[in-house]
Design a protein around this ligand. Structure first.
Ligand code: MG
Length: 247
């Protein structure tokens, strides 16, 4: 089976923030997609997210060009996340203004043979919509997710919790974490969504599923997702990538 896909992504500052600390890569030809949500004062978050998508996007692109399979790409992803964290920490050490900066990072590599490799650190998410059912492929590294896992908080309450933005793992500004790459099958008709919390914190999963199910081209779907986040308040930067898997 050789899959093709169409894809689009965009980022938006939202309605409250003055700067945009999110970053993304849409390498449609290679099937490499990344979203990152940086943090740190004085525009440092912007630097961290940009460094991360550049380092990991570049490594995955090389892996695809070298013809790596799923296991090879997973290994490349692990190495690239480590190198990205080191690059962020080196930059922060050299520029005191950026000390403490870090970022989330969610990375996907989609192989034409129908395997998707997904790795992440933080709370930027990947989803797959299949047959109207939206499945979250990533598990948030957040305080509230821990409470959900322990059965002390409902997922819906977690989404609007005042501490919902507090992440327990970041790339940079702390110990190195494994992105724990996993692989899963994708099929024609599947839709993939990568998004930062500026989208998923504003728009619930039911609404995401309905918006994703639209037959419009991916760039229009991305626009509709961002518009929905902004209509709901747009309190954070909003980033979304939509991939539609074709036969
Ligand atoms: Mg955010």
């Amino acid at each position: 089976m050789t899959l093709r896909w169409e894809a689009a992504g965009a980022t938006d500052v939202g309605r409250v923030r003055t700067g945009n600390e999110d970053a993304l890569v849409v390498d449609r030809d290679r099937g490499v997609f990344l979203v990152a949500d940086g943090m740190g004062g004085h525009a440092a978050g912007e630097v961290a997210s940009a460094l991360a998508v550049e380092a990991v996007g570049g490594a995955l692109a090389r892996g695809v060009d070298d013809g790596l399979g799923c296991e090879g790409l997973a290994e490349a992803m692990r190495d690239a996340f480590l190198h990205a964290a080191e690059a962020i920490d080196r930059h922060a050490a050299a520029e005191p203004d950026t000390r403490g900066m870090g970022t989330t990072l969610t990375a996907c590599a989609l192989h034409p043979d129908g395997v998707l490799c997904v790795g992440h650190i933080g709370d930027s998410r990947a989803y797959r919509l299949r047959g109207g059912v939206l499945e979250q492929l990533t598990h948030d590294h957040t305080l509230v997710q821990r409470e959900v896992d322990a059965g002390r908080l409902s997922p819906e309450a977690a989404r609007v919790h005042p501490l919902s933005h507090v992440i327990t793992r970041a790339l940079g500004a702390g110990p190195p974490y494994d992105p724990e790459p996993r692989s899963l099958r994708v099929e024609p008709g599947d839709l993939l969504l990568l998004a930062t919390d500026g989208l998923t914190g504003m728009v619930d999963d039911d609404r995401l599923a309905r918006l994703l199910a639209s037959p419009e081209p991916p760039d229009r779907v991305v626009r509709a997702l961002i518009d929905a986040a902004n209509a709901a308040g747009g309190v954070d930067n909003v980033t979304a990538i939509v991939v539609r898997v074709l036969g």
